[in-house]
Design a protein around this ligand. Structure first.
Ligand SMILES: Nc1ncnc2c1ncn2[C@@H]1O[C@H](COP(=O)(O)OP(=O)(O)OP(=O)(O)O)[C@@H](O)[C@H]1O
Ligand SMILES: [Mg+2]
Length: 393
């Protein structure tokens, strides 16, 4: 989304938030910076991490950039460009809405921000140490924003203590990158760890039949991604897209399960419980499948405010939303059982077989032919292979 100018948020909007501190460890810093790049409309994000983020976190995007005035405002508390209706934060379509992250990050490390807007031939550079900044300087820059954080938590022993042992922190950092790379397949992500390991996910082409599946396959091991079963459904204003592993690829724990709401990675314990319960009841197993669940619903239905990390979300109409989810999962798993019983091969046909070919339509392969869903009218028509064959006679 392309954003307006940065301004101070209203006191009313600030009062609505439950967020004083949003940075717990290095992975939180990276998460916030990635979200800002996505909100700035970037199609390419390049990340450098050194010493689990404690020595260096660098992020470069090709988004809309900031003016020198906005750069100075961005590092103030409760300044944001992302709230049109400042008292209705939950309607915000952007990943950020509190005007908090950058200000906190700048106080926890030595920060450099370079940014250039599309309409300018030069960029601007801002450097901060101990919360104090030097005057903004004009400089060479590509279009977009580059943020460098060095010596993260050098001035905060409590944050340093929070950071897990090196390996664990790196695992968290990579998980964050993978989650956003899956939620946003049309953004290219390049990551370099300690100048040694590179992870490159080029942006998915618009022609890719199933960009989500294609991204998942690039990121996850074969055991997780090879035979994923795809199912989608529309319940009122809520759309569900689910990829889940078949009975041959189950795991001891729930760790290969991720959830996205309007592309944003999220967690909700009730959603997780429902998914695993319906799966284990339907397929009579005590092991856990890999899941990638994508939910799309109006932002006004979601409450991000209760959690400072914006990761744990609540639904305003929880009962209704969870009922829709339950009904969708019943259909998804029971259809799959039918397929399993009738023809093992058809399960594979379902893989990677949907395309959003128009903003209002989803074209999808089914086990008997194709279906077209009109997401605006919440209607689905199915055309069998026999009818399709007849059309060509
Ligand atoms: N990479 C970027 N490109 C362009 N503008 C940016 C970028 N990063 C930050 N900004 C600007 O700086 C402002 C402040 O960023 P910050 O992350 O602190 O707050 P936010 O994203 O509005 O809310 P939140 O605290 O929930 O993340 C943003 O609203 C945005 O206008
Ligand atoms: Mg932000």
């Amino acid at each position: 989304m392309i954003l307006n100018k940065i301004s101070y948020m209203s006191q009313n909007a600030i009062n609505l938030m439950n967020a004083d501190s949003c940075i717990l460890d290095a992975s939180c810093v990276l998460k916030e910076l990635i979200e800002n790049s996505i909100d700035a409309g970037a199609s390419k994000i390049t990340i450098k991490i050194e010493k689990e983020g404690l020595q260096l976190i660098q992020i470069v995007d090709n988004g809309k950039g900031m003016s020198p005035q906005d750069m100075l405002l961005s590092i103030e508390k409760h300044t944001s460009s992302k709230n049109d209706e400042k008292d209705e934060l939950e309607k915000s379509e952007s990943l950020g809405f509190r005007g908090l992250a950058l200000q906190q990050i700048c106080n926890l490390g030595q920060t450099e921000i370079t940014s250039r807007q599309k309409n300018r031939s030069r960029g601007f550079y801002l450097r901060l140490t101990d919360g104090k900044y030097e005057p903004v300087k004009e400089c060479y820059s590509e279009i977009g924003t580059k943020i460098i954080i060095r010596n993260l938590f050098y001035n905060s022993p409590s944050h340093k203590k929070n950071s897990k042992s090196g390996r664990q922190e790196l695992t968290k950092i990579l998980k964050i990158i993978n989650q956003y790379a899956i939620g946003y397949p049309f953004i290219g992500f390049k990551t370099s760890i300690d100048g040694k390991k590179d992870f490159i996910f080029e942006k998915e082409s618009k022609e890719t039949i199933n960009p989500l599946l294609s991204r998942i396959k690039k990121i996850h091991s074969k055991k997780i991604s090879e035979d994923l079963i795809y199912y989608n459904g529309v319940k009122g204003e809520t759309t569900f897209n689910l990829f889940y592993s078949n009975k041959k690829n189950l795991f001891k724990a729930e760790k290969n399960q991720s959830y996205y709401i309007n592309n944003r990675p999220f967690f909700n314990e009730k959603v997780q419980k429902i998914l695993n319960k319906i799966y284990s009841d339907t397929f009579s197993t005590s092991r856990y499948p890999a899941f990638f669940l994508f939910i799309s619903l109006p932002n006004s239905e979601i409450n991000y405010r209760l959690d400072p990390s914006k990761f744990n979300i609540h639904f305003h109409n929880e009962k209704e939303t969870l009922e829709k989810l339950t009904s969708f999962l019943d259909e998804a798993f029971h259809d799959n059982q039918k397929i399993n019983k009738n023809d093992e091969k058809k399960e594979i046909i379902l893989n990677g077989s949907f395309v959003n070919f128009h903003k209002n339509f989803i074209l999808e392969q089914t086990n008997s032919g194709i279906s077209i869903t009109n997401t605006e009218k919440n209607k689905k028509i199915e055309i069998s292979i026999e009818s399709l064959t007849k059309l060509f006679e």
